[in-house]
Design a protein around this ligand. Structure first.
Ligand SMILES: CC(C)=CCC/C(C)=C/CC/C(C)=C/C=C/C(C)=C/C=C/C=C(C)/C=C/C=C(C)/C=C/C=C(C)/C=C/CC(C)(C)O
Ligand SMILES: C[S@@+](CC[C@H](N)C(=O)[O-])C[C@H]1O[C@@H](n2cnc3c(N)ncnc32)[C@H](O)[C@@H]1O
Length: 378
């Protein structure tokens, strides 16, 4: 952590900027200005939008928990068969009629459900998009571990980093080699991998390579996605031995054992295989503090042959249109996990340069909220 803080450079903001922001904030905080602007068009439109956003910040947890209740009770699946009536909802969710009505109305208010006629319920627009997204649904369930730690956010931030948290225990058991825990977390990662893989495949042409090593490749969903799209590519996965036990079983079920090689190992303590001309790090770098991250990038640079490339795919901080995803969601998630931080593309590219890569560039993805992509050259 110390290295993260020591990397922050200090530069004075210009005096006009500080003066302007001070004045702006004084105006925005003034009850008289808020009252005036809410009555005068077009300020009233901005005022309503800002007020709604402020309310969402205050109430966000109730929205998340409404979603969790819809997912856990299988309400979204029921609504997808709709229209359904309240008694069906109550029966399906195991709730009383009154509780089921409270839940479905809450869901309708945040577009998870929709009342299409009196007492006729279907999926709403957000419900429709989420209901088919297995990865997002897995994360909705998993977030309860994070929310346990965030129930007292200042306690979490004040505690020494390294003190066990619900989330750090979840990851720790897996990393320590407990096969069952490794399997639980690898499955969570596997469930949410499809949306990441789709983004990377759409953004990057793997056919320019002969081989790909997916470092920290977990249960192999990314490797399988790439090999299915590019059958000529020779593919390997490197991960911890207990994780690769699950990978081997899954690849066997998919008939992919012959096409994907497994390299059991610890990427911090054993040299990486050097027979691949492309290496990928998918949702790996942000898990590690700065010194470790540079160490891993350096090890990869050494393993790549001349002309080799490194791909880094993960959600990044400072993403336009999705800033909350970076420093708010993943910032606190990785704090609770006791390791790593979300980094902006610029910060990652600076690290790549420190690790000896000659140049890097960001490649656009369709949904940067799911992942951004950096390609780095030796
Ligand atoms: C037809 C009509 C009415 C209008 C058309 C308007 C229109 C164009 C609508 C768009 C419809 C559309 C295509 C919607 C698409 C929606 C999508 C793609 C939604 C995707 C949502 C994705 C979500 C919510 C993803 C959430 C992911 C999370 C929370 C991931 C968490 C990951 C974690 C915690 C990873 C941990 C790993 C670690 C430890 C950090 O390494
Ligand atoms: C967040 S998961 C990402 C998995 C996969 N790339 C994905 O996106 O679904 C991190 C992966 O890195 C692996 N990992 C963590 N530390 C490792 C280490 N020291 N050596 C090798 N693999 C490691 C974990 O076992 C896990 O599979």
């Amino acid at each position: 952590m110390a290295e993260e803080v020591s990397r922050i450079g200090a530069r004075s903001a210009s005096r006009w900027k500080v003066r302007w922001i001070t004045r702006r904030n004084r105006i925005l905080g003034s009850p008289a200005f808020q009252k005036w602007s809410s009555r005068v068009w077009p300020m009233s439109m901005i005022a309503r939008w800002k007020a709604r956003w402020a309310f969402d910040l205050v109430a966000g947890f109730t929205y998340s928990q409404t979603l969790l209740a819809c997912v856990e009770s299988d309400l979204l699946a029921l609504l997808s068969q709709g229209p359904v009536v309240l008694t069906e909802i109550a029966e399906h969710t195991g709730l009383s009629d009154a509780a089921a009505l409270r839940l479905v109305r809450a869901a309708a208010a945040i577009e998870l459900a929709q009342e299409v006629a009196p007492n006729q319920w279907m999926l709403g627009q957000q419900g429709a998009a989420l209901h088919t997204n297995e990865g997002a649904l897995a994360m909705v369930r998993h977030n309860r571990v994070l929310y346990r730690d965030l129930a007292e956010p200042l306690d979490l931030l004040r505690a020494d980093r390294g003190k066990p948290t619900a989330l750090s225990q979840f990851w720790h058991y897996a990393a320590e080699g407990d096969g069952e825990a490794a399997s639980e977390y690898s499955q969570l990662m596997a469930q949410s991998q499809a949306m990441v893989c789709e983004q990377v495949l759409a953004a990057y042409d793997f056919s320019q390579h002969r081989s790909l090593l997916d470092v920290g490749g977990g249960h192999g969903r990314f490797a399988a996605g790439v090999v299915n799209a590019h059958p000529g590519l020779r593919i390997g996965i490197l991960d911890l031995p207990p994780v690769l036990d699950g990978t081997s079983a899954w690849l066997g079920n998919q008939g992919l054992s012959e096409r994907i090689s497994l390299h059991p190992g610890d990427f911090f303590h054993s040299p990486l295989p050097s027979e691949y001309d492309c290496i990928s790090l998918v949702r790996i770098l942000h898990d590690h503090d700065d010194d470790e991250a540079v160490k891993l990038l350096t090890a990869i640079r050494k393993a790549l042959p001349p002309g080799g490339r490194l791909l880094i795919a993960e959600p990044m901080a400072d993403t336009r249109g999705a800033k909350g995803m970076g420093d708010a969601y993943f910032g606190l998630y990785l704090w609770a996990m006791n390791s790593g931080r979300p980094r902006s593309a610029e910060e990652i590219m600076a690290m790549l340069s420190a690790a000896g890569f000659s140049r890097s560039r960001q490649v656009k993805t369709h949904q940067p909220l799911v992942c951004s992509l950096i390609v780095s050259f030796l």
